[in-house]
Design a protein around this ligand. Structure first.
Ligand code: NAI
Length: 413
């Protein structure tokens, strides 16, 4: 039995939407003449996005959005292809990661596709002359949108940015199902322990948290949700999860998974209340949701009982086990491969559409953050359904007339 030298071959089979875009665009090459800078978690499925952009004619410069999630074989393979240049390698330090992003920006791309608003923030902050020449951007994550909104509020954005994260085709599937499933799978693999029967505390009941909590319950866990937003807390309660404050949850949780997009959600007063053996994982953003400095200060000693697990022994002898250094557990754990390919396929297809629409359509969008037109989201849903061979019903003429008939003249009642 032999394995292939092409690290994208498996991912291509599970990214039918990107492949169909590549098949449709590679004759005409509508993105020819444009240079697209991309920052994302660099693994095989992201590699399929890079490849699809190149098939559509773009010159692609890519880097990482997180220093620890890069797959070196994918980077090497792509860098060897014409029209594609890597500004990343596996095992980069934080300083090298930062430097690589600057190097990419100094090549003066026309468009930025971003994850966490890394490139978009950096080009405005540190390369303002280059920012002025950029034609547009697309951002795929919740945390990146928060950052882009802050830039818009400060009036500093120099070009239109599409909020890919806010499209239903992204957050209904990527955040709920992609993060939901891959975070739990990676907690289980990293620790070699079961989810069933455990008390799983999910911090944040947004799209990601909802997916994590629902799937944890599906696996047999008792689920607890913590929130700061009253309607989300109520929703979690009505969905059947136990809603507690973090001080209460800290006392009973076996596994903690954060997905809030903010910092210090689990901190010293919570570590002090936790049970021996508690597992701490983050599926939100970067490594700030669990207060790592607070944990290190509180602990009496630190060890590594298993790859991907840092054990903090507390002054009273309890063990608190931090997974994947508090970084995204589904992307940076020892066996992590990111989201399942079929899920990220649609997210990346929406990134492709963002670039295609802003670069090739005659639009009049000035600098600012914009929703992707709903028709494009809908078209992508139709494309995905086609790949699944799923038919939907068509609205009849009578149904259209009925919906438009506000006087109810044609209705029977
Ligand atoms: P969201 O905005 O839908 O949900 C976040 C929730 O956290 C909100 O309901 C908010 O009220 C709650 N929250 C905020 N502060 C809190 C606190 N201190 N304690 C408890 N709850 C709090 O966002 P979404 O889409 O669920 O994303 C969450 C995070 O996950 C973001 O940082 C996003 O970038 C990241 N993300 C991670 C992915 C991954 O692969 N691991 C994939 C997609 C998003």
């Amino acid at each position: 039995m032999s394995t292939t030298d092409d690290p994208l071959s498996w991912a291509r089979e599970y990214t039918p939407v990107l492949q169909s875009l590549g098949d449709e665009y590679d004759d005409e090459e509508p993105l020819a003449g444009y240079t697209i800078g991309l920052a994302t978690h660099m693994e095989a499925v992201s590699g399929c996005l890079v490849e699809t952009l190149a098939r559509a004619g773009a010159e692609v410069l890519f880097t990482a959005s997180e220093p620890q999630s890069t797959h070196g074989d994918v980077v090497q393979y792509l860098d060897d292809q014409p029209g594609i240049t890597a500004f990343v390698r596996e095992g980069m330090s934080d300083a090298e990661f930062d430097e690589a992003q600057h190097e990419l920006l100094e090549r003066e791309p026309d468009f930025l596709l971003d994850d966490g608003c890394e490139l978009i923030a950096k080009v405005h902050d540190e390369h303002p002359e280059i920012a002025k020449q950029i034609l547009g951007g697309g951002e795929q994550t919740t945390a990146g949108i928060t950052r882009a909104e802050a830039m818009e509020r400060d009036g500093v954005l120099e070009f239109p940015v599409y909020s890919v994260n806010d499209t239903p085709m992204k957050h209904f599937f990527d955040n709920v199902h992609g993060t939901g499933e891959s975070a739990l799978v990676n907690v289980s693999i990293t620790t070699n322990t079961v989810i069933t029967g455990q008390t799983v505390v999910v911090a944040g009941y947004g799209y990601c948290g909802r997916g994590i909590a629902r799937k944890a319950r599906g696996l047999g866990a008792q689920t607890v949700v913590t929130e700061v937003e009253p309607r989300k807390a109520l929703q979690a309660h009505m969905d059947g999860h136990r809603v507690l404050s973090m001080p209460e949850a800290a006392e009973i949780g076996d596994i903690f998974i954060t997905s809030t997009g903010t910092r210090d959600v689990i901190r010293r007063e919570h570590f002090e209340a936790m049970q021996d053996g508690a597992q701490l994982a983050n599926a939100g953003h970067f490594d700030v949701e669990i207060d790592l400095d607070g944990l290190a200060e509180y602990a009496e000693s630190v060890s590594e009982p298993r790859e991907g697990i840092t054990r903090y022994t507390t002054p009273d002898g309890r063990h608190l086990n931090l997974l994947a250094d508090g970084r995204l557990v589904n992307l940076t754990g020892p066996a992590s491969d990111g989201h399942p390919a079929e899920i990220i396929d649609t997210t990346h297809a929406m990134m492709f559409v963002a670039a295609d629409d802003l670069l090739t359509r005659d639009h009049d969008l000035g600098p600012g953050l914009y929703a992707i037109p709903d028709r494009l989201d809908r078209q992508m849903a139709e494309r995905k359904l086609e790949t699944l061979d799923i038919d939907t019903d068509a609205v009849t003429e009578k149904q259209v007339a009925y919906a438009e008939d506000w006087r109810n003249e044609g209705s029977a009642f």
